[in-house]
Design a protein around this ligand. Structure first.
Ligand code: SAM
Length: 292
């Protein structure tokens, strides 16, 4: 086994060798603790029959741990300055492809088809750049990719919001947007001391696992997301008030909305944050004929 990249000494050596300076604007906080990396990777349940997709390899700290456990690793890195570094640090491994690309612009489906067609089990594992956590997750979730799970480090507050249950402060349209696709759980809290440089927010690892059965099957997905956003637009208002003020012509549809709510046994005085994802599904389906 090769010497770990993610020790403070080796990381400093690598940074010095390449004269690398961190770009805060790219969310560059590198992991420098091999135990934390092993722990993250253990939550992905990888075998040599699995492929891992990584966003932002940095200098390869997590990438090499993935390469040891998975059959193949594909990593997307936006920062061109890191390419020669990765070429060097990852040279002991022959099962890693680094792609120089902004993950938000990458055609991930084509990359999977071209590079990972031998793998049925595909998992995303990443220490995400925090400034784009939500767009990255939503892109990977909404593109219909054949991904079993995602094990992703992010700001703790975002991990809490994504995994939140109804009637909690953290529960909102982001919880529903993600939980619609995958089951969400926080599996690790991570101290700031394991990063270089240390971020000034707390971090956590979120595990998302694809539902075997979706929690709701809705008639119109776009409308379902529109309804959840509307219901949370002003958290202190009732569901009825938010629906009326947020949906086009909502004010003039009060009676129809009330009848629709009664038909699925939802009290119009409830707040959006008390509704489960299943209730939002029913709500979207009964409101659809009124607004579409
Ligand atoms: N995986 C490394 C580690 O754990 O030490 C680095 C993680 S660091 C938090 C985030 C990495 O994502 C950086 O290498 C950064 O350059 C890269 N990155 C930032 N924005 C990106 C984007 N839009 N697409 C791909 N990579 C990005």
């Amino acid at each position: 086994m090769h010497k770990d990249i993610a020790t403070p000494i080796r990381t400093k050596e690598i940074l010095k060798k390449y004269g690398f300076s961190f770009k805060k604007s790219l969310g560059q906080n590198f992991l420098i603790d091999p135990n934390v990396l092993r722990n993250i990777v253990s939550h992905a349940d990888l075998t040599k029959d699995s492929a891992a997709i990584e966003v932002g390899p940095g200098i390869g700290a997590l990438t090499e741990h993935l390469a040891r456990e998975a059959g193949k690793v594909v990593s997307f890195e936006i920062d061109q300055r890191l390419l020669p570094v990765l070429e060097d640090t990852l040279s002991p491994y022959d099962n890693i492809d680094v792609i120089h690309s902004d993950i938000l612009k990458a055609d991930v489906a084509t990359v999977i088809a071209e590079k990972l067609s031998d793998y049925k089990d595909i998992v995303v594992v990443a220490n995400l750049p925090y400034y784009v956590t939500t767009p990255i997750l939503m892109k990977l979730l909404m593109e219909g990719l054949s991904i079993r799970a995602m094990v992703v480090m992010m700001q703790k507050e975002v991990a809490d919001r994504i995994s939140a249950k109804p009637s909690t402060k953290a529960y909102g349209s982001l919880s529903i947007a993600v939980q619609y696709y995958m089951r969400a759980e926080v599996v690790m809290s991570v101290p700031n001391t394991v990063f270089m440089p240390q971020p000034n927010v707390d971090s956590a690892v979120l595990r998302l696992t694809r539902h075997e059965q979706p929690p709701v099957v809705v008639k119109d997905e776009k409308f379902f997301f529109q309804i959840t956003k509307a219901a949370f637009s002003q958290r202190r208002k009732t569901l009825l008030n938010n629906l009326q003020s947020q949906l086009p012509l909502g004010k003039s549809r009060k009676e129809e909305i009330l009848t629709a709510l009664a038909s699925i046994d939802i009290d119009p005085r409830r707040r959006g944050e008390t509704l489960s994802i299943e209730e939002f599904g029913k709500l979207a389906d009964v409101l659809l004929p009124i607004f579409k």
